[in-house]
Every structure is written in structure tokens, then in C-alpha cells.
Ligand binder design. Structure first.
Ligand SMILES: Cc1cc2nc3c(=O)[nH]c(=O)nc-3n(C[C@H](O)[C@H](O)[C@H](O)COP(=O)(O)OP(=O)(O)OC[C@H]3O[C@@H](n4cnc5c(N)ncnc54)[C@H](O)[C@@H]3O)c2cc1C
Length: 500
């Protein structure tokens, strides 16, 4: 078996890792194969073969267009500063990232946040602590919500109407998260909680994000409890009854940054026999007569064609759409319909003496107009991010903030530095600022995302050894990408075996 993995980001490397380890079928493997369009007989046959996958040796080839691995995971360490250009952490309640880290022998490198989680929302003119027990959009405890200054008294009264309102959702009809929450709880909750918190993760406004693709639990809550507020408070009571939750934050990262996950994966993949090529682009993919794939690879040394039994496309929305355009045009066109968000990460390095008191807050989200969507005080949140005497702050400027996000570097730096300096009441601005620009790279799961996923799946039914993995379809977080990379590698190999 030869497996081609297109893209050397976390998804592609996780896919390669799974293929190289040759573990047994993923949970629900047959169901997934059937759903993926492999006919039932083939799926059963493939499942039987999957059980003995560990005996099959898979030759894994990872091809990455950039001159470095990791994609959006990029850690820079210099002069005692640890700067994350892309993601800086992941959630522990989706276990795929921690499991992979464990398999790589890096568990002792995992760190949790320093101190107590202290996150603020800048709302109605000042920084206010998130009410205790606040979930992504709804409170799990009543009193801190009733007393928070983040919402105006009118906003709170309007949110309370949710307790009396009838069900709003219609079965089978996807809506925006913002529209749904507004209809039940009013605009205050949308503007001051949902948009900063959910929109921040997806780089898009809740007024365009799909309820069914991003927060399907809200539909389930309305189905079961009618009132979202009652559902959330009930979930809070249940969680508290189950006992103390341990660490007070779900976020984890690695001592030497997320780049160390990429380095460990690359090292162990190579040691296990995988071939990894950087600076090499997959130019085109063509199906072979046996259901495999003929890949044209281009690098500084020229163009070469290689034949594989299976392929995992872990190369984002545009990359996957381009490579599927001739073999599976319906899949390519569904992928092309996924809008892409842009974002900028600014790393601001302050002298510690710019602040009257040491900073202990881990950051804040903006609920009113500002040139940023939020800030992480990395050096307060994580150990080892800045040397003594320095404070490292990450500020986010997503494309949805408009012109400022596309402004030239000097304008962007000025607007962000002035804002952060003023909110933190620093006596002087940052000594140094680094910008990481991510243009049109983050898939937005807008209304209709689940239909687009279904279209891609059914269009690829004819090519069971071809799979699209990672953030385009089934989750943008690092753990989602790890889980999906691994699952799609299994499915691609099972699909290839079903055709032999
Ligand atoms: C600024 C930012 C902050 C984020 N913060 C977090 C966070 O804190 N926590 C979290 O969980 N998630 C976060 N995310 C999301 C997460 O980082 C991404 O969803 C995830 O890293 C995507 O990984 P990937 O491997 O699927 O894609 P990528 O990392 O984009 O990798 C795809 C790779 O494919 C390569 N490629 C494309 N086309 C070809 C081709 N034809 N041939 C060869 N190679 C090709 C590209 O060069 C690229 O390296 C963040 C994202 C961004 C942009």
C-alpha cells in the first residue's frame, strides 16, 4: 500500500502517523465507509480487512508545498520569547490531541494555564470579568449572570424572555447561530457573549455561522428543554453534582510551543520510514484504472509523477478544491463554496515596567467596537513565553473587523498598540511587534456547511481511496484536525483495500 498525504500541517502529519502505525479501524468504521458511499459489500469486505491492518505495511509519503512543515502551527523561539504565529493551545475535552501527544511520548511536556483563569470581556466601556459558570454563550449559574455588568438590565430582561418563549427551530432547517440566539435571548447575548466567544474561535461572525455545523447542541437543547437558559442551568447543575472539575481551564499547550508537536511527529514519522518532502507541491491528481491515484509532484528539481493506492488531501479548502477539480468536480465545487476568513495575529512585546502592577489577567475579548477582537496575555497565561522583564501579548485582528485587518503593517501596528496600551493603562507602548498574517485560510462554517460536507462525501463515493481531511469539513480546532486526519487515513486505506 502506498499512501500519499497532501499537506504537512497537523492534519496531514496526523494522517501519516495513523497510516504508519496501522492501527485498527476507527470507531464506527463500517458506518463511516457506508456513509462515505462505499457500497455495502465493499464496506464489509474492507472492514474485515481493516481488522488485520496492523499486519499491512503502508508506505507513507507526505508532500508539503511550503519549505517547512506544520502549516498553521508555527512556533518561533528567539531571545527567550516563544511566539506562536498560529494556534497557541488546544482544548483538552476533545481528546485527540492529547492522545497523539501521549503516543509521541510528549505527555510530560503538556502544560496547563498558569494561576487561575481570569478572562475579561470589554463591554459597555470597561473590562469586566466573565461571570462565573459562563459557557460559550449561556450561563450555567444564575446569580453571576444576573449580577454581571457585561449586559445592561434591559439585555438581561430580554434574555429572561427565553424562559417563556415557544420553540423556534424547524426540523431540517439550518439557521445562523446569531439569528437563532437573537430570536430566543435578544441581541445583548449575541453581541456581548456569542459573537466575541464563538466568533473568535471561527474567525467569523455568529450572524453567518451555521447552527447545525458549529453548535448543534443548541438545537438539541431547544428540542429537549424548549428554553436554552433552562437547558444550560440544568447542564450546570448536573456538572457540579458530578464533582469538582479539576483544572479550571480546558486549554493545554506544550512547554516548547505547538511547533514541538510538529517536530516530534516529523522525527518519529521519518524514523518509522515515512518519506516527507517539503518545498514540493502536488500539482495534480488523476485516478488510476485500479482506483488509486497518479500524482504529479513539482519541486525545484522538476516535475515527477508517482502512483499511489490512496490519498488524503490535508491541504485546506483551496488546495483540495484545486486537486479534485478534474477527478471529482462536484466535490471541488462544494469545497469552493466554503467561504474563507482571514486573521492577523500581532505579538506585542512590552517591558514589564510599562505596567504599574504585574499583569495577571490572561486576556480579554472585545464586545464593543475596537481594532481587535481580543487579546491573550501569553506571558501570564503560559509558563516560559517571555524572559524576565518582558511581557508578551497576542492581539487578534480578524478580517471581519474590516479595513483595519487589511491595513499596511505600520497602520495595523499603530492602531493595535495604542488600543492595547490604553486598555492596560501601560505607561509606554510595546518595544517590538511581530505580525503574522493569515489571509483567506480559515474555513467558515456558514449556513449550508453540512450540505456541502454531504456533497463532498457523495461526490467522492466513486473514489473510495480519496479522502479530504482537516478543517475544510469537520472541525477547525487542532484536536478536530488530528482526529479527522487519522480517521480519513484509515478510510482512504480501507477504500483502497476494498478495490483490490
Ligand atoms: C491565527 C490562527 C489561530 C488559531 N488558533 C487556534 C487555537 O488556538 N487552537 C486551535 O485548536 N486551533 C486554532 N486555529 C485553527 C488551527 O490552527 C487550524 O484549523 C489547523 O492548524 C489546520 O491544520 P491543517 O493541517 O488542516 O491545515 P494547514 O495547517 O493549513 O496545513 C495545510 C498544508 O497544506 C499545504 N498545501 C496546500 N496545498 C498543497 C499542495 N497542492 N501540495 C502540497 N502541500 C499543499 C500547505 O502549504 C499547508 O502547509 C487557529 C488558526 C489560525 C489561522
Amino acid at each position: 500500500m502506498r499512501l500519499l498525504v497532501v499537506g504537512g500541517g497537523i492534519t496531514g502529519l496526523a494522517a501519516a502517523w495513523q497510516a504508519q502505525r496501522g492501527t485498527a479501524a476507527p470507531a464506527g468504521g463500517r458506518a463511516e465507509l457506508e456513509q462515505a458511499g462505499v457500497d455495502q459489500a465493499n464496506a464489509k469486505q474492507a472492514n474485515a480487512k481493516q481488522a488485520s491492518l496492523e499486519q499491512v505495511s503502508v508506505e507513507v509519503v507526505v508532500v508539503e508545498a511550503a519549505d517547512h512543515l506544520g502549516g498553521k502551527l508555527r512556533t518561533e523561539i528567539s531571545n527567550g520569547l516563544l511566539i506562536e504565529h498560529g494556534p497557541d493551545s488546544f482544548v483538552a475535552y476533545r481528546p485527540a490531541a492529547l492522545k497523539l501527544i501521549d503516543e509521541l511520548g510528549l505527555t510530560d511536556q503538556v502544560i496547563s494555564i498558569s494561576g487561575t483563569r481570569t478572562v475579561y470581556l470589554r463591554s459597555r466601556g470597561r473590562l469586566r470579568p466573565l461571570p462565573a459558570g459562563m459557557g460559550m454563550v449561556l450561563p450555567t449559574k444564575l446569580w453571576p449572570f444576573v449580577t454581571t455588568g457585561i449586559l445592561s438590565p434591559l439585555d438581561k430582561l430580554r434574555a429572561g424572555l427565553d424562559l417563556a418563549l415557544p420553540r423556534k427551530l424547524r426540523a431540517g432547517q439550518d439557521v445562523t447561530i446569531g439569528g437563532f440566539l437573537r430570536s430566543r435571548l435578544g441581541n445583548g447575548i449575541v453581541q456581548r457573549f456569542a459573537d466575541p466567544m464563538v466568533g473568535g474561535i471561527y474567525g467569523a461572525s455568529v450572524n453567518e455561522l451555521s447552527l447545525d455545523a458549529v453548535l448543534p447542541s443548541l438545537r438539541a437543547d431547544e428540542d429537549a428543554h424548549r428554553s436554552l437558559m433552562l437547558a444550560s442551568l440544568a447542564a450546570g447543575r448536573k456538572a457540579r453534582a458530578a464533582g469538582p472539575r479539576g483544572a479550571n481551564s480546558p486549554f493545554r499547550t506544550l512547554r516548547d510551543g505547538l511547533g514541538s508537536l510538529i517536530t516530534a511527529l516529523a522525527d518519529q514519522l521519518t524514523a518509522g520510514g515515512a518519506q516527507i518532502f517539503t518545498g514540493t507541491e502536488v500539482l495534480s491528481l488523476t485516478p488510476t484504472a485500479t482506483g488509486g491515484v497518479s500524482a504529479k509532484l513539482g519541486s525545484g528539481e522538476g516535475v515527477a509523477t508517482q502512483i499511489f493506492d490512496a490519498v488524503v488531501l490535508a491541504c485546506g479548502v483551496d488546495g483540495s478544491a484545486k486537486l479534485l477539480a478534474s477527478a471529482a468536480p462536484a466535490a471541488a465545487s462544494a469545497l469552493s463554496e466554503i467561504p474563507l476568513a482571514s486573521s492577523n495575529v500581532l505579538s506585542l512585546i512590552y517591558a514589564e515596567d510599562a505596567f504599574a502592577e504585574p499583569l495577571t489577567t490572561h486576556g480579554w475579548l472585545e464586545a464593543d467596537g475596537a481594532p481587535i477582537s481580543g487579546v491573550t496575555v501569553s506571558s501570564a497565561k503560559w509558563a516560559g513565553r517571555a524572559p524576565g522583564g518582558k511581557v508578551l501579548i497576542r492581539a487578534f485582528v480578524p478580517g471581519r473587523l474590516g479595513a483595519i485587518a487589511a491595513a499596511p503593517d505600520d497602520e495595523l501596528i499603530k492602531a493595535v498598540s495604542e488600543h492595547v496600551t490604553s486598555v492596560l493603562k501601560a505607561s509606554k507602548g510595546p518595544d517590538q511587534v511581530k505580525i503574522s498574517r493569515w489571509d483567506s485560510v480559515m474555513p467558515k462554517y456558514t449556513v449550508g456547511q453540512l450540505e456541502r460536507v454531504a456533497t463532498v462525501e457523495s461526490a467522492l463515493a466513486e473514489l473510495p481511496a480519496w479522502r479530504v481531511a482537516g478543517s475544510p469539513l469537520r472541525g477547525v480546532g487542532v484536536p478536530d484536525c488530528v482526529a479527522d486526519g487519522r480517521r480519513q487515513a484509515e478510510l482512504a486505506l480501507a477504500g483502497a483495500r476494498s478495490q483490490q
